[in-house]
Design a binder for this molecule. Structure first.
Ligand code: PGA
Length: 255
């Protein structure tokens, strides 16, 4: 049985006080939903303050990105050691905004992923197709390539440190979520690919989150699908009440 995992990606939002207030509210949500793994992924500069606000609640803190070098002359970058030092648990690798706005490619993301795993942290590898790719019926090809290239050289023994997020690019921040059938179809495909890339056991144990316009009102439906093991939430993660609804829906549908 895979424990559902709901994480809030705060992206480039909030100020310090707002981040601390939201983390405090989500800490309470996490305490009330023991059946769900809950995470928050604030901007780098607020990680330290947010970790303090979480205190001892069962709430993991993540980072939105990382650089793959250990240390040195890499102005503006952040290492896994720095993140581990702040008690960070998860790192997003290959979020669609990193791929499509910041131009990160699969080879770079593979280096980042190895670095995260070697540091003992959990990588959330994000994959997903654009609208043009979906229209051209390339969804499976795109997801397969992003998985194969992103996970190149990864040992199946590291599967417990891996989460995949399926985030169709056309659904991110648009209010247009995938239907439950569309999500399930791609999630099942991803799990099958993971079995080939890693192992059957690894694939069965790994959580595959859905991301893209998840809200309290559509979470239950999406999470009712057998291969949808949680959500990676953007906009709706910035409102505690909305996020609480998503976490509760994940707990209920997988109970
Ligand atoms: P959204 O973002 O929930 O605002 O669509 C999801 C994501 O980018 O992780």
């Amino acid at each position: 049985m895979r424990k559902p995992f709901v994480a809030g990606n705060w992206k480039m939002n909030l100020n310090r006080a707002e981040a601390v207030a939201l983390a405090t509210a989500v800490a309470a949500i996490a305490r009330e939903n023991a059946g769900v793994e809950v995470g928050i992924i604030p901007p780098f500069v607020y990680i330290d303050a947010v970790v303090g606000a979480v205190n001892k609640a069962p709430l993991g803190v993540g980072a939105q990105d990382v650089y793959f070098e250990k240390s040195g002359a890499f102005t503006g970058e952040i290492s896994t050691a720095m993140l581990a030092d702040l008690h960070v648990k998860y790192v997003l690798v290959g979020h669609s905004e990193r791929r499509h706005v910041l131009g990160e490619n699969d080879a770079l993301l593979n280096k980042k992923l190895h670095c995260v795993l070697n540091a003992g942290l959990t990588a959330i590898l994000c994959v997903g197709e654009t609208l043009e790719q979906r229209k051209a019926e390339k969804t499976f090809d795109v997801c397969r390539t992003q998985l194969v290239e992103g996970l190149k050289g990864v040992d199946a023994a590291k599967a417990s440190q891996l989460v995949v997020a399926y985030e169709p690019v056309w659904a991110i921040g648009t209010g247009l979520n995938a239907t439950k059938e569309q999500a399930q179809e791609v999630h099942a495909f991803i799990r099958k690919e993971l079995a080939g890339i890693l192992s059957q056991a690894a694939a069965e144990g790994m959580r595959i989150q859905y991301g893209g316009s998840v809200k309290a009102s559509n979470a239950a439906e999406l999470m009712s699908q057998p291969d949808v093991d949680g959500a990676l939430v953007g906009g709706a993660a910035l409102k505690a009440e909305e996020f609480a609804g998503i976490v509760a829906a994940a707990g209920k549908s997988k109970a």
